[in-house]
Write a protein that binds this ligand. Structure first.
Ligand code: FAD
Length: 381
């Protein structure tokens, strides 16, 4: 067992960290304030190869291993939780759907454009009445000539209003439950009937637009179906398993930012004629925060390792995401506490870390649903 990062992994971490410190951290408060999609930063990340990190170079990806991808994603989220979601939804969800289930033509046409950052990707699974209960979805894709006519709507779609390629799940056989779900590539610019209803005004995760989408008699050609009819549910679950490693990474990045900020503040802030970092109560908080972040990082790397070796990693990815998201919120909470009253204001980023951390406990499987998954896996072992 080797816990040392390879030369390439260290290089990725340092390159992304430098970019984040120079370009993202100075912009993070503004992104949080305006909630605008930071297209210029995305272009810069594309130039660095950060929009297709885990995909092969033959599709213009960066060809990184999953550890490096998770390290890179954590660094991006250290700068901005919203940017972390933009890259995670684009890469782990939309990109992975294409990479795992697309045919050669689909990969060449659409995955390549995602990897270069020319296109932005989104993953449209959830609906107003179908969040955790995916098979309850009501969006339909009905056979129509050489393609399908889609009707329905999706809710909470990260990147949904800015995406060029949306991986969409719809029922091709409404009576067949989870076996009646299929997936498609939607091109909002080309497909009449694709409507962005609006974007959510959220607690945090600013800069990543979370959109409500509607499909009115939207016709899409058969060549844009991913895999066979009826495979969509299993494709979604497999994609979300991999995605959970990146949400663990996003959580680790935000927690690391909260810890770094709290540590600096504790060393500077004086009360009773000494730095508050001299008080054992504060030291213990910092010790617990660091221990939790490191434990989350190890779970993230273990899941990444299993995924890369082609072994089953459902339980480990769920555990990494569950633990990392919960400690991220806890660490950010302690970060506010260490800042005292200042932590409750927008003068310091501590409160932003808390708002951004919370989301990871909700999307790509809520903590409750992940506990169900872990227990099921455990009892089946
Ligand atoms: C900012 C944001 C971005 C998102 N991005 C995307 C995206 O890009 N693509 C996409 O498809 N979706 C996205 N989602 C949707 C997200 O995945 C869902 O919100 C999530 O799956 C939960 O579904 P729900 O909100 O309908 O909650 P519900 O499923 O209604 O759950 C409500 C509560 O009940 C609990 N619960 C539900 N079922 C069970 C059960 N069986 N056992 C125990 N407890 C249960 C839940 O844990 C939760 O506490 C996003 C959501 C948000 C907030």
């Amino acid at each position: 067992m080797d816990f040392t990062l390879s030369g390439e992994q260290r290089q990725i971490r340092d390159t992304v960290a430098e970019f984040v410190d120079e370009e993202v951290v100075p912009r993070a408060a503004e992104i949080d304030e305006t909630d605008e999609f930071p297209a210029d930063l995305i272009d810069e990340m594309a130039d660095l190869g950060l929009m297709g990190m885990p995909f092969p170079v033959e599709y213009e990806g960066a060809g990184l291993d999953y550890h490096s991808y998770a390290i890179g994603l954590a660094e991006i989220a250290r700068g901005s939780g919203g940017l972390g979601t933009v890259v995670a939804a684009h890469t782990s969800l939309a990109g992975n759907m294409l990479y795992e289930f697309g045919d050669e033509d689909q990969k060449e046409a659409y995955l390549t454009a995602l990897n270069t950052g020319e296109d932005i990707g989104a993953f449209a699974l959830s609906e107003a009445e179908a969040g955790s209960d995916v098979p309850a979805m009501s969006t339909t894709a009905e056979r129509d000539g050489d393609g399908y006519t889609v009707n329905g709507g999706k809710l909470w779609i990260s990147n949904g209003s800015v995406a060029d390629t949306v991986t969409l799940f719809a029922k091709t056989d409404p009576d067949a439950g989870r076996k009646g779900i299929s997936s498609f590539l939607v091109r909002p610019e080309e497909d009449d009937g694709f409507v962005v209803e609006g974007t959510e005004d959220k607690l945090g995760d600013k800069g990543c637009p979370t959109a409500e989408l509607r499909f009115d008699d939207m016709w899409i050609p058969e060549e844009r179906r991913l895999g066979e009819e009826g495979e969509g549910f299993v494709q979604a679950l497999k994609t979300l398993n991999g995605g959970r490693i990146t949400i663990a990474a996003r959580s680790v990045g935000i927690a690391r930012a909260a810890l770094d900020e709290a540590k600096s503040y504790a060393q500077e802030r004086e009360q009773f004629d000494r730095a508050i970092a001299d008080f054992q109560a504060i030291q213990h908080k910092l010790a617990d925060m660091d221990t939790k972040v490191r434990a989350a990082e190890l779970l993230m790397h273990e899941a990444a390792d299993l995924k890369m070796r082609g072994e089953d990693y459902i339980k480990e990815a769920a555990q990494a995401k569950l633990y990392a998201s919960e400690i991220s919120r806890e660490v950010a909470n302690e970060g506010i506490q260490i800042h005292g009253g200042y932590g409750y204001t927008k003068d310091f980023p501590a409160e932003r870390f808390y708002r951004d951390a919370k989301l990871s406990e909700i999307y790509e499987g809520t903590s409750e649903v992940l506990r169900n998954t872990i227990a099921q896996q455990l009892l089946d072992e």
